[in-house]
Design a protein around this ligand. Sequence first.
Ligand code: ADP
Ligand code: MG
Length: 340
Amino acid sequence: MAVIHELDSHMADLIAAGEVVERPSSVCKELVENAIDAGASQITVELENGGITYLRVCDNGCGMAPEDAPIAFRRHATSKIRTREDLSAIGTLGFRGEALAAISAVARVELFTKQTGCMEGVHVSLEGGKMTANEPAGCPDGTTFIIRDLFYNTPARMKFLKKDFTEAGYILSVVEHAAESHPEINFQCIRDGKRVFHAPGNGSLQNAVFSVFGKELSKNLIEMPENTLNGIRVWGYISKPHAPRANRTYQHFFVNGRFIKSKLVQAAMEEAYRNSIITGKFPYGCVCIDLPLGLVDVNVHPAKTEVKFAEEKKVFSAVYAAVKNALAGEENIPEIEAKP
Ligand code: ADP
Ligand code: MG
């Protein structure tokens, strides 16, 4: 007797959802990325109970047409890529067309959206992937998603969540990273009714970085002027050598406007500080890298925080050179004194 059978689409959605939606902050990341891709100049994230019971992401971007809104929740439904060629040069943060399907499979979702210039918007709601409303609605230009009761139908996932405070911290990091990579967007984060983060969105990276790093850490940041090597542009704000951190939490790396984790960039940055920083301590700062879309593959992991560089050595050299230049330009870098 055959024992192999195809899972029904709901089961398939639930499993796929696990890859994209690990915790409330992953939901927030996907929704904020969509808002950025929609060309928003203002994005507000509101959360309660660590984003587990309530997460709202509101943008003033292009909005969706009433006929597109329900389709957006289908798996592999995207407006961002069409052909195989598109996949090798991804210029948007999203492209997999999976996030909304994944989120709506494991939560109660409400969407309000209106395109600029349209008289009327639309309200769509889903529960556990099933549509429960699709009706005209009066709403402002742009898009608002409200996600309630994440993982209400997947208790196994729920168990892996941390305390509300910790989950809220992860969400705040997502908003902060978005603000650093998009200084032209005004961001707000409201946690349990209190505003906990605000980035002005006036286009100044310095202001965005200040919002994220705060007064104390910002004091010891220097500008890393733009430096281009091998067609790779690197710039940002990095810490003075005499003010290192005990860990790497505040090393923030961005590639083409996307927050990434990268051992390569980390190594290049740290190598540039070598001999000017105490061993066992780490530099911090915001390192932005722009390179031709074809030289970086973001389709490595569903969460898209890991990327693959086509020419790693060139990226290493470009980051190293930019950091080194910035440090050389910084006067009065005190030498670390050898302890007698
Ligand atoms: P992807 O971002 O990979 O395309 P998503 O599942 O995140 O996939 O979103 C599906 C589609 O829904 C997007 O391609 C876009 O057309 C639309 N969409 C989602 N969020 C927004 C938003 N905030 N504003 C406008 N359109 C949106
Ligand atoms: Mg998306």
